[in-house]
Design a protein. Sequence first.
Length: 303
Amino acid sequence: MERPIIRRKVLRFLFWALLLYTALSTTVVWAIQFGFIAVPPRAAVVAGPAKNTSSAAPSLSEVAFSEQFAREYLLWTHGKEESRAERLKLFWKPNLNVQGGLDFSKAGWDSYARNVDVWSIKDRPDQSGIKDVTIYAETILTNVNNPKEEKRVDRYLVVPIKKAGDSYIVVDIPHFIAPPVATVQDQSGDEPDQDQGEMVNDSTRRQVETFMKSFWKVYTTGEPNEIAYFRKDGQPASGLTGIMGFVDLKNLAVYRKDDTYHAECDVTLQDLASGAQLNYHYDFDLVQVGDRWYVSRMGQGEV
């Protein structure tokens, strides 16, 4: 008997509680409606033009352009040099070599890049707006006479680029460098002086030419400690051993200003992996100590 009584009391309590809640809720709503209870105003939402929050970082466009160029530059097929030049002409600044310094007449291997990644991007200190983009590329070479014969060659390529409107242009011939190493020392030198000085006599020029040819032979075949023998600071440095071979040095011009000699020359190198030849322009600062010559600065690539 007690359980039905308790149940009726609980139901009665819930009924009156619900009725009271309904009455209070209705009273508050009517009070707000007629202004008897103040309610803080809501913040107005004003429709306006959407803000453009997406802005491509400049480095992203530099990376995209440089990687795209590297893929085209490292893609060649024997006998199809014209199509390669046609692809590359969209990247070059006016009057640059259409093949980017490459000569395929003696190349025994075709090439394409399987993977391309930007390694570093450095602004030139002369405030010219030119950036040197170092690119790592995993390339696959195919024997021209035996297409089934392939080999992998990893390369590091420096591409000088500059902003041109909404895109970029390659402003100088790209050049290969040795792979970066973890123990690289600071080997930066002063920028070449725009006032080169006076042209040297024939005797001095011949001395410099002999030295430069010896330097390039060691730079493309020697160990870091052998290359150090040619450096003014005497520090070991990686050259192009196993990457490039020295072919020829031409158009050497030598100037003297105070105790420094400035030398400019065109150098022909051969890509050891493919046999293709590359023509580069280099400039050096040299010093003479007794009857010996030393390199104090190298204009293209690391010494």
